[in-house]
Design a protein around this ligand. Structure first.
Ligand code: NDP
Length: 333
């Protein structure tokens, strides 16, 4: 059972010295447990935060521990009736080829609805983050002008499509012409801004001349500042993430336009998708319906190479080398 363990806490960007590949016998399940062979692992920007020894919404991964990750795999041995042998399941199985679980946080995966990788994207935490971030935190209403950064990623691409389905005008911000074309031509965004091609502020003034009602922030930094400059009265900023600063070694400067919140009686609210676990059924039902009807386009970028490829695949997120949900293939079964 090959695994990725945390070897050293990174300063700045994780590199080869951050990880070590370990191997141990395939674990047997005890009473109430099952062993899963991991097929696909979810790669998430949040993983960077879990490596720092600081207080956060989850404890840090400890040195020597298997890297925490959400994954999908098949049950290969079971002493838990809810998860029989042969069943495809998702759960927090870590970056390893086999994992033992007692079933807590595990879910049965229905391959007839969507293939396994989609259960780490639209039907997993990214999809639920988009759903609750927009509807609950952003208080999305028909007619709103919604701006989304990181728009061609796992969360952003789903958030934009949900906003369209709910009758909003949607503007996405993403890096590169290809990603922007995908947003407007295939996902139905009304406009897309390539933040690598020029100043976002100017492009945003042109795309949203009357301002924005919701900013769904995945990136923070200068793009957040530009978005604050376009808030309308009673606007909502849903603070989902700030990937532009995740590898920073110095504290990041705050947004200089924060007074726009005061002027516009606007709010900025941080949220964590885990707080919505008791409402997941609602989000999953909506997402399943949209996938069945074809109203939501799902996209995963599946990288190969197994556990050895984990380190370099993770950094793709910080280079913008993914479109849609980034997934690592761990093993074939
Ligand atoms: P993505 O699939 O969106 O991948 C990350 C993307 O971020 C890259 O593809 C890249 O796209 C963009 N990016 C990287 N660096 C920068 C930068 N310096 N400036 C602007 N954009 C950058 O990841 P996820 O959808 O999984 O996550 C998106 C955000 O949501 C993250 O901030 C994550 O931490 C957060 N999140 C929060 C959750 C919560 O509960 N609050 C739950 C899940 C995710 P590009 O080519 O456009 O630059």
């Amino acid at each position: 059972n090959r695994q990725v363990r945390l070897a050293k806490r990174p300063i700045g960007r994780p590199d080869d010295s951050t990880w070590e590949i370990a191997s141990e016998p395939i674990p047997d399940p005890s009473d109430g447990e099952f062993t899963v062979q991991v097929d696909y692992a979810s790669l998430d920007p949040a993983m960077r935060g879990w490596l720092d020894d600081v207080k956060s919404y989850v404890p840090p991964v400890q040195i020597g521990e298997v890297m925490r990750a959400h994954a999908v795999g098949r049950v290969v041995a079971s002493r838990n009736r809810q998860f029989p042998e042969g069943q495809l399941v998702s759960g927090q199985f870590g970056i390893q080829e086999f994992a033992v679980s007692d079933g807590r946080g595990a879910l049965v995966v229905d391959e007839t609805l969507a293939p396994a990788p989609t259960w780490l994207g639209a039907l997993g935490f990214p999809g639920m983050t988009a759903y609750f971030g927009l509807t609950d935190v952003g208080k999305l209403e028909k007619g709103d002008v919604v701006l989304i950064s990181g728009a061609a990623g796992a969360v952003g691409s789903i958030a934009g499509q949900i906003a369209k389905l709910k009758g909003a005008t949607v503007i996405g911000i993403a890096g590169g012409r290809e990603k922007c074309a995908w947003l407007t031509e295939e996902l139905g965004f009304d406009a897309a801004i390539d933040y690598k091609a020029g100043p976002v502020g100017r492009a945003l003034r042109a795309a949203a001349p009357d301002g924005i009602d919701i900013y769904f922030d995945n990136v923070g930094g200068e793009i957040l500042d530009a978005a604050l400059g376009r808030l309308r009265k009673n606007a909502r900023v849903a603070l989902c993430g700030a990937i532009s600063g995740y590898n920073a070694t110095d504290p990041q400067p705050g947004p200089s336009r924060y007074l726009s919140l005061l002027v516009n009686r606007a709010s900025m609210t941080g949220f964590i998708v885990f707080d919505y676990l008791d409402r997941f059924a609602e989000g999953m039902e909506a997402m399943s319906d949209w996938i069945r009807s074809g109203d939501i386009v799902t996209r995963e970028q599946v990288e190969s190479g197994g556990v050895e490829a984990f380190g370099r695949t993770l950094t793709m997120l910080f280079d913008g080398a993914n479109t849609g949900k980034l997934v690592l293939k761990i093993s074939d079964n």
